[in-house]
Ligand binder design. Structure first.
Ligand code: SF4
Length: 366
């Protein structure tokens, strides 16, 4: 191992964080021995902050309608190949209950920027808040809502009426790449939405896509931006080319890319949540993601309910391989375990108190 790498890993392991130039250096690692050392440091840090416990997230894609046309997304408005549905409340609550019974720690309600939900008459938000209340009553679990960019009023209702998390992915923090990937959308508004959510007391998940035309420096800057946002959960996902989209013929990135970025995120944000999504490679890709320092398994989807994934709309779902039971078997084989529910809710509670304290200090300084 080079002295420079050893020095950076030692600094990170002491919890002293990473400079942007260190992040760029780590993102360039390719030699097997060096990458293994990076992954080992990521696992050590996960273990220091979280022990051997891993959190499990149930995923319900409740509406696949969207007003936008992101170039990378299967569910873009103008994709005729996309599966479209909008689940009703009873179906959502029943799927959430089923997920809760399998031992997940959170229910993630994801949707496109569904025009019906965002109607100015407010009926859409009333519906969503009612769904959240019903899911919480039926499961007793925290809820994450991933509705895309929404008005401030809607964030306020979410914060005041029982939502714990707001997930909204920038996918890149290079504004000109953002403009190409997300035509007609505002980079600034999307970022501001997350800051607003945090100031209202919601936990925030930020996310990146790898393999969509970004440079190594773009990824390093994104990791810096995630620290600047003080994001509570940070995800990296390799781009999967989608039928019927302008990027359908793009080559997917090296599968290794996602793992290296995840490990660097763990070094840069050691006490935060980093998901291992089943959405790109299914259950077969889980061990590699855990080995890179992830501590949440996301995209657990119940079979038999006609529910879709995001990057892979159907991979492993109806085969029953996106279940907590299958994931837990892999955890056990790797010396890890599913957290107890109270361990997850304690973490959520502590983070919410931490962000409330930061924002109250900022308000009193103004
Ligand atoms: S990424 Fe989100 S906002 Fe963009 S088209 Fe897909 S569902 Fe809509």
């Amino acid at each position: 191992m080079t002295t420079k790498l050893e020095k950076i890993l030692r600094t990170a392991e002491k919890g002293n964080g990473l400079e942007n130039q260190d992040i760029r250096f780590l993102l360039d690692l390719e030699e097997k021995e060096q990458v293994e050392a990076l992954f080992a440091t990521a696992r050590n840090l996960r273990s220091r902050f979280f022990g051997n416990k891993i959190f499990l997230y149930g995923f319900l894609y409740i509406s696949t309608f969207c007003r936008n046309n992101c170039h990378f997304c299967f569910y873009r408005k103008s994709n005729p190949d996309s599966v479209r549905y909008r689940k009703d409340k009873d179906d959502i609550v029943s799927a959430a209950r089923e997920l809760a019974e399998t031992g997940v720690h959170l229910i993630d309600l994801t949707m496109g920027e569904d025009p019906e939900l965002l109607m100015p008459d407010g009926q859409g938000i009333d519906w969503l808040i009612d769904v959240v209340a019903s899911v919480r009553a039926a499961t007793g679990l925290p809820v994450m809502v991933s509705p895309g960019l929404v008005p401030e009023e809607m964030l306020k209702r979410m914060a005041n009426e029982g939502v714990s998390w707001y997930a909204c992915y920038q996918e890149t923090h290079n504004p000109s790449l953002f403009k190409r990937l997300r035509p007609g959308q505002s980079y600034e508004d999307r970022l501001q939405g997350k800051m607003m959510a945090h100031s209202l007391g919601l936990l925030v998940e930020e996310g990146l896509l790898a393999g969509v035309g970004e440079s190594r420096n773009d990824i390093a800057n994104s990791i810096d931006m995630m620290r600047c946002l003080d994001a509570d959960q940070v995800r990296i996902m390799n781009f999967v080319p989608q039928n019927g989209t302008p990027m359908a013929d793009c080559l997917p990135p090296d599968p290794f890319r996602e793992l290296v970025v995840a490990a660097v995120m763990r070094l840069a944000l050691p006490d935060r949540l980093i998901p291992a999504s089943l959405d790109v490679d299914g259950l077969g890709g889980l061990k590699a993601r855990l080995d890179a320092g992830a501590n949440v398994i996301t995209s657990l989807v119940p079979p038999g309910q006609g529910l879709a994934g995001v990057a892979q709309s159907s991979l492993d779902i109806e085969e029953g391989n996106r279940t907590a039971e299958s994931a837990v078997r892999i955890l056990q084989r790797n010396g890890l375990r599913a957290a107890f529910l109270h361990e997850y809710t304690d973490w959520v509670q502590q983070r919410r108190q931490a962000i409330a304290a930061v924002h109250s200090k900022r308000r009193s300084a103004c």
